[in-house]
Design a protein around this ligand. Sequence first.
Ligand code: GUN
Length: 302
Amino acid sequence: MPAKLIKGTEIREQILEEITAEVAQIKEKHGVVPGLVTILVGENPASISYVTLKIKTAHRVGFKEVQDNQPETISEDALLNLIDRYNKDDTIHGILVQLPLPKHIDEKKVLNAIDPDKDVDGFHPVNVGRLMIGGDEVKFPPCTPAGIQEMIVRSGVETSGAEVVVVGRSNIVGKPIANMMLQKGPGANATVTVVHTRTRNMDQHCKRADILIVAAGVPGLVKPEWIKPGACVIDVGVNRVGEKISEKTGKKVAILKGDVDFDAAKEIAGWITPVPGGVGPMTITMLMKNTLKSLKFRLGIA
Ligand code: GUN
């Protein structure tokens, strides 16, 4: 039997509706709404399209949204001063600096300058530490891993005692999702293995997985014979493998392929995420969730 599709586009709608309702309630009771600032440096087309979607989503759920566009030539000091201003602004609960930054700016310095209590991306070392400790310590789980966990839970996949294999060890997906899945608590309590470019017999590890999370950035890396029948397969890969003309708009669009051979894998897996329309839509959704959480922490109602 073909796998059940875990559609990020549908789960996103459920979560955004929940967020919209909660924002309205808080506004009525406390007279405030979550405030999110998105700082975009330069004119990288991919960054512009991500940021545009973030703004649109923030407006949809009733946030105050500040779009702060800065020229490519902004100095590191000026950017650090700008962040400091938003750190002190009580109407702003989430600060997002869109990455990548121009080469003359030290990305690490910039991310470390964001107040950890407004770091809704979850990239600040304080939030990475909080995530590692787990439980009530966690404030802002990074958005893509948080989206993955939410998809697994909302699909009714059992995680407690499950064998989870994570392919990839990046700081923004592989390492945090592995850490989150092994914590005590709902949607976790799993036995976790992380495999990477130096792993021997990657296929043998993957074959053991009840839940296989693939974030390698290599199109079609995971072959159907690596998948345990009935497993839950989460494909985080979004690889541009070519271009085509969109039937809807008549414009050139990228052809996207995941890290898993989807057509073959769906005949073996129990659940699977498509690419596109799987994990992708969850990242911005969880950014909204983190920004709402930030306001709730501030109000003491989280
Ligand atoms: N650039 C691409 N993805 C992201 C993201 O999730 N957060 C930030 N800050 N920049 C990005």
